[in-house]
Design a protein around this ligand. Structure first.
Ligand SMILES: Nc1ncnc2c1ncn2[C@@H]1O[C@H](COP(=O)(O)OP(=O)(O)OP(=O)(O)O)[C@@H](O)[C@H]1O
Length: 338
């Protein structure tokens, strides 16, 4: 694959904080992540809160430097480039859309300046061309020209997210990473923003990485779904198989809990909370909540195995059979009588 971006063996470790104060503990936010994104594809990233989705997103767009591993843009190793070249490479190739446009946009700047900013920083064409580009960008995301002088505070949530999308597209990137782009919006405008993203992706041929808690939306929007658990990528599944052919028990559990199935089932119950990212369990990180876990899961971290389709990979010692129904799994996973 001629990837737009490729992350290989990436680790991100933070100092842990308690009540805003740093402690001696380490948070293993991302461990050994490998991911390549092809031109034009949509990759969805799912997993419970704190599993490292945003960290992976930041690594993909060069905001977060991994402590180990590489990030390659069109074959160039990002973190071995001189800083100016790195910034230019990231600026020209990627755009990021954050969860809350109210905090992601500078509230003192009018829309026109917010959109001009990346063009000025990266010396994009003449001044006249930059003005023209601002007008193009506003049209691209469906913002009326009359809003060019409005401040973010004078816009609706949906309009603000349109500004954030336009800013991410300013330098004509080939990769856009959207981290929960609709979760801060009213339900009524979520679909509009998702449709806009899909529409722009098609028109501009973008690769899109889409991080969300909204499992159904991820399944609908993506070509491929990445499941994360406690800082690790545990499965990569073609989106059309993720609901009922995923091999990792955790992916099946996540997708069993989605509303809107034609024939709804009770979700697979997961016992207990997600373990702390400062003290991940030995062996497979999911084993403390997995109904299939045994001795080997306690000691050995499973390598990736390939399913019947080569683009489907999972890390599990006791994978679910591809043809096993999720309904059947619900029965198996129910706690046994003592
Ligand atoms: N700057 C930081 N300093 C310390 N710990 C951090 C920092 N950023 C993230 N973490 C921790 O790293 C882990 C992964 O965080 P991350 O934000 O990537 O998860 P997430 O899956 O995006 O969560 P959510 O869905 O809640 O946004 C979490 O345990 C989080 O508390």
């Amino acid at each position: 694959m001629n990837a737009v971006v490729e992350v290989s063996g990436a680790h991100v470790v933070h100092r842990a904080r308690t009540g805003g104060v740093f402690t001696r503990d380490r948070v293993y936010a991302l461990t050994g992540a490998d991911l390549a994104v092809a031109p034009g594809e949509t990759v969805g990233v799912v997993g419970e809160s704190g599993c490292g989705k945003s960290t992976l997103a930041k690594v993909l767009v060069g905001i977060q430097r991994p402590a180990a591993g590489t990030v390659t843009f069109h074959g160039r190793d990002l973190w071995s480039l001189p800083p100016a070249e790195r910034r230019a490479t990231v600026g020209a190739s990627t755009g990021m859309i954050f969860q809350d446009p109210a905090t992601a946009l500078n509230r003192r700047l009018p829309v026109r300046r917010i959109l001009r900013d990346p063009l000025d920083v990266h010396h994009h064409g003449s001044k006249a061309r930059r003005d023209e580009r601002v007008r193009e960008l506003m049209a691209l995301v469906g913002l009326p020209r009359a809003l060019a002088d409005a401040l973010p505070g004078q816009l609706s949530g949906g309009q603000r997210q349109r500004v954030a999308i336009a800013r991410a597209l300013a330098l004509d990137p080939d990769l856009v990473v959207a981290d929960e782009p609709t979760s801060a919006l009213d339900v009524s405008v979520r679909a509009q923003i998702l449709n806009l993203l899909l529409n722009l992706k098609e028109r501009l041929g973008l690769a899109l990485v889409f991080v969300s808690h909204d499992i159904q939306t991820v399944r609908r929007m993506s070509d491929r779904v990445i499941t994360m658990y406690l800082g690790r990528i545990v499965e990569e599944t073609p989106a059309d198989r993720v609901t009922d052919q995923a091999r990792h028990p955790y992916t099946r559990a996540l997708f069993s809990a989605t509303p809107g199935l034609l024939d709804p089932i009770d979700p697979i119950p997961l016992t207990g909370p997600v373990p702390s990212a400062t003290r991940p369990p030995s062996g497979c990180p999911f084993r403390t909540r997995c109904w299939k876990a045994d001795e080997v899961c306690t000691t050995v971290m499973p390598d990736f195995s390939v399913a019947s389709r080569p683009e489907h990979r999972y890390r599990c010692h006791h994978p679910v059979e591809e043809d096993q129904s999720t309904r059947d799994l619900v029965r198996q996973s129910l706690p046994r009588e003592p």
